[in-house]
Structure formats: C-alpha cells, structure tokens
Design a protein. Sequence first.
Length: 449
Amino acid sequence: MGLSEKLADYIIDTDYEDLPKEVVEFTKLCIIDYFSSAIAGASQYPVQKIDELVKELGGTPQASLITGGETSVTHAALLNGAASHIMEQDDIHKASIIHAATVVIPSALAVAEWKNLSGKDVIESIVIGYEVCYRIGEAVTPSHYYYWHNTATCGTFGAAAAAAKLLGLDKKQIIHALGSAGTQAAGLWEFIEDGAMSKQLHPGKAAMNGVISALLGEKNFTGASQILEGKRGFFEAMSEEYTLSNVTERLGEEFKILENSFKVHASCRHTHHVMDLMIDLAKERHIRLEDVESIRVKTYQVAIDITDNPEPDTIYASKFSMQFCTAVSLLKGKGSVDTFNEDALWDEAVRALMQRIEVSVDEDIQNHYPEKWGAIAEVNLTSGEKIQKEIDFPKGDPENKLSVDEILEKFRSLTTDLTENEQHVLSTNLLQLENAESIEPLFEFAKVK
C-alpha cells in the first residue's frame, strides 16, 4: 500500500467523535491564533496587493475575505493564507518546521463556509490537515528546508487533506487530490535574500492549491498515486535525505497538532530562544548599551543559515536578524509587533549593540535540533561580569506552554482593528466552535468593512 493510500485511509477514518477533548480544545486555540495573525496582517501592504488582485479577478462569492467582502473559495484561501503569515506571529511545528495554521485553516474555513458545514466539521478537518502536512514535513526535514519553504511545500498536502475531508471525497479521489497537491508544491527560500513578498504568497498559494487539488479530486481528475515516494516524486526531487516511516508511524494513534508551538515574539521563530533569554535578563536587571562588552549566541545551524544578518535594512529583514532580535529584546525588554518599527531598526544603541554580537553553532544544541530549538547566550559586561543563560524550549512550545489566557491576550493585542465587542464575539464563537451549525458568523467582523 502506497503512502497516499495510507493517508487517504486515515483521512476517511478520522471523525470528530474520535477526537479527545484535549485535541478539540487545543485545535480551537490554533484557530484563535490563526485569526489573531490574519486580522493583524489584513492591512499590510503585500496582503492589500493580493486583495486588489483578487477583487480585480472577481469570481462567484463563495467564501469571506479577512479583508472584507466575499470571493471564490480558492481566492479566499489565497488571501486569507497570505494575511496570516506576514506578522510573523503564526504557529510553528518544530519537527517539520511548518506554520500549518496559515495554510490548513484558511483552506478549511473557505470550503466549510462555502458548503455551509459545521464547527465540528472544521475542527475535524484541521486536525487532519495538520497531521498530514506535519508528517510529510518530518519525513523531509532537515534537508528539504535549505532550499524549500516547508510551510508552502508540505503545507499544500495539509490544505488538500483538510479540503478533501470537508468535501467528503472517497479513497481514490483523495489519492488523486494528494497527487495534484504534490505536483503543485513549491516555495523557495530565495525570497529571504532581499525580503521579497513571496513569503506571503507561499502560504496563500499552498492553501489555494490544496483547495484546487481537492476540488479536482472530487471531479475524478487523476493525480500521481505515489506522489511522495515515487522515483520522480516529492521526496526524491526535493530532499537529499528522507524518512518514509515518518509519514505513517503511529498514524491515527497520536495527534501531531498537540506538538504545535505558538509564537510570542513578532519575528522568525529561530530567533525566539535568544529573545526569551534577553527579555528575562532585562527583567532581572537594567542593562544599558555601555554595560555590554560583547554577547555570544550559540545555537543550531539552521538558525544561523536563516537569521545571521548583522546589517538588516528593513523592518522585515530585522525580524530575520539574530543580531537585531538579540539587541532589541535586551535593550527594549520585549519582542512584540510594535517593537519592530523604523525607530527601533535605526536606533543608535540597538545598532551599536548589534556590532558586539557574535553568533555560532553549538555542537550539542545542533545534535538535538529539531526536537529542541535551543540557544546559549553569553553576555560579557564591561565590569568583567559574565552572564550565561540557556534555553531548550522557547516560550510557546508544548514544553513551555502558553496558557489559554495568554493566547487570548495575544488575540486581543493583534486584533485592535476590531471593536471590543467584535473581539469578544469572535473569540467566544471560536471557543464554542464545536457547537456551531455554520461558521459564517465567524466572519461577521469582515462583512462590515
């Protein structure tokens, strides 16, 4: 039996009634966290450009846009996926390095709204979508991640799986849908070299392509039956090393969504370990620029590959700069959305401290990646004092959880474009999502825009 066939069986066999209460409750938090990022991202320039395009293209009104109005189910998935990724506040799975919410949830919401499905249907499909993309991501990580943006590539499979479940596809149709998803899987890391807006396009297109794949499967449009393990398939083409067993081991016996991490800081997750350490240090004692002789950050290789940028020249680039994130979190004592602005980017003290920061690979931390996204920070003060702090699990990891109250506070802080009443209604509806006969009320805030 091929991998797509096994995944198809899992998608068909998984029902809401089989989900433990813990999984249902956690999935609702993932959806709340998605709306936090998407609503905050709706007003950002790249998302507005996609919004303009979607509205120029038109289409049958089938699903709501986070920016306001309605469009086709595929274009809704496109825009709502892009919107949730731009603020660098969307969730992350360590082992697969995938931001699943930004891909799986917009595809599920778009299809469910279009087909007038229930909250239980949505929760069920999202659990499935996360499971599928995380397992495929784990199979190809870490080699795939050097060139390919896992959220975009592996995420396409998750979006297709969620949509396929909602559409009630049969086994053959799901296999075809996964085949179509795999042949559309794309997203290159080259955007990071110049801060291109492609990063927002990636999850949007992954969500959109997942929906298209499921809709084609519904029409018995065929896709490669061994798109993952085939000799010209996804694994062979897009990773130097892969582990087939990661796709199916304990499939249906565990729930990968519970391994999800929530982001506290508005930057690349690979900077969060050291930001946690610097913010803790800032809380313990008041450290000024003139107090610091040097800072040495030791971490894993991928973090350095993605974030070793001592001279970021845009706000976007600063979020992918280990040096900036280390300096600003120590001097400002925070890493929230409002920390990353033009004033902070060109702050003389922040810039000066960045020049005193060295980043390097620690062999022990490297050996434990990606199970642990750890860091060691050595702060050498001009007084001669040396401070060393270590962390294995950044705040928001399952091993260092955010509380429900903290997730709701994050929601409120990121959705200030809504009225307090709109915030209350949306968060309440999401916390009670399993009771909803239709998900259309979730987008009431967007209908008044």
